[in-house]
Write a protein that binds this ligand. Sequence first.
Ligand SMILES: Nc1ncnc2c1ncn2[C@@H]1O[C@H](COP(=O)(O)OP(=O)(O)OP(=O)(O)O)[C@@H](O)[C@H]1O
Ligand SMILES: [Mg+2]
Ligand SMILES: [Zn+2]
Length: 506
Amino acid sequence: MPLARALSVALIGLDGHVVEVEADLAQGLPGLTVIGLPDAALAEARDRIRAAIVNCGLAWPQKRITLALSPAALPKRGSSFDLAMAAALLAANEAVPARSLAGRVLLGELGLDGRVRPVRGVLPALLTATRAGLRGAVVPGANLAEARLLPDLDVTSVATLADLVGLLRGHEYETGETPVDVSPDAPGPDMVDVAGQVGGRTAMEVAAAGGHHVFLLGPPGGGKTMLAERLPGLLPDLSVERALEVTAVHSVAGLLPDRQPLVVRPPFQDPHHTATVASVVGGGSGVARPGAASLAHHGVLFLDEAPEFGRGVLDALRQPLESGRLTITRVGGTAVYPAHFTLVLAANPCPCARAETCSCPPDSRRRYLSRLSGPLLDRMDLHVHIPALKRADLLAEGGRGEPSADIAARVLAAREHAAVRLRGTPWQTNGQVPPTELRKRWPLPRSTTRPVEDAVEKGLLTARGYGRVLRLAWTLADLAGAGRPGVEHVGHALGYRIAQNGQAAA
Ligand SMILES: Nc1ncnc2c1ncn2[C@@H]1O[C@H](COP(=O)(O)OP(=O)(O)OP(=O)(O)O)[C@@H](O)[C@H]1O
Ligand SMILES: [Mg+2]
Ligand SMILES: [Zn+2]
């Protein structure tokens, strides 16, 4: 059998392609040539494969060996092809039966000693394999729990290349099971810790119920950061479908804990204001890796001290806010990652960040906030002023607020109301519904929408702001258990849009 094949998967973003590894052994000067690997890491695979085979006590063929990965034009990155390359070579050398490789996808990096190391992106890679009709998979032990998320696939894990050989020879084989930790996640920060700030707390509840973006503005120490950090705790668990989407992104980023393969809680990402564009929206060499915006998919992206972020970062967020995804082109290909998140921006009104003692001229305050562009602020449905905390608030109720669990129950009920209305549409929350669709499908009487129309007339609200106010009004109605917004919900929503000083927020 001088020719043999094994299968693996190449990922470009979350998009996978089955890769065929062909091994050919021919007479001639002994050596190993690899074709179809543009990436430097893959060239190193040659050395790893040779060392692993030899160190497992297997014969290295004294032949002219060619390993070809196809399609050749497909960009291939990383070390996850090692296992398939080694298997094809061993099958060509008749160390394992070639038919044992049929219909099976192999993922894994080889250590020089023959150990099989975990790789990124196992979940999206195996999804590709199942869609291509493959029924079996071999993965590193540390990736087994993640691979088992796909029930239709017959998955085996191997700890070493010797294990793989045993498996392919059909020996009785004990799979190296990594125990899955089923203990619930440690609870995140709780709203019970936030004293006072009734307005801020309600705004977070509304944001959670409708998936609306929030802009928190206020002096230092009022609890803006505290409030933002507690938003994920108000959100329901992810559905299985969404959990798989989020898990796939985290898997490609190499951020899945191996004992807890499925991300079931909405993620929270809070990049620092010195973060680069690449770290927020994704990037890196070769094929782009997901950034914080994609890691926050179906969760919360929090930009604390938002005006301090680089202009490039803030501008780059417009694409995901518009489309719910990020398309990043690098030499290695164009990666598309989902990035549908609730954005929370927090800012001090002034660069000096001194509440009472601030003596900055109004001009410098205005300049500071104007770093947040109009188009960005326009997408924030909830503009909330967080005042400095009063002593009385800290003393009242022992400085304790309503616990997150109670708020989350109302959020869930509101989301269920919205889900009934949105059944059969592509949207799950009010925040996702395009304002034009909202007005077309669920029109409201003039008597209800009058406050918004008046605001537009007075120049306090743009036409775009109009639709966004109505969207928010639907969430307020869902929270109140009303069938549809009344004039009070519309008025309340408008209040979130128009800043405290009476200036138009949009
Ligand atoms: N509403 C509150 N209830 C209880 N503690 C609070 C509250 N607000 C602030 N604190 C206390 O002050 C600390 C700072 O709060 P936090 O960072 O959330 O404020 P901030 O508004 O984000 O301020 P800054 O603008 O300086 O970032 C908290 O760790 C907490 O100890
Ligand atoms: Mg803060
Ligand atoms: Zn100041």
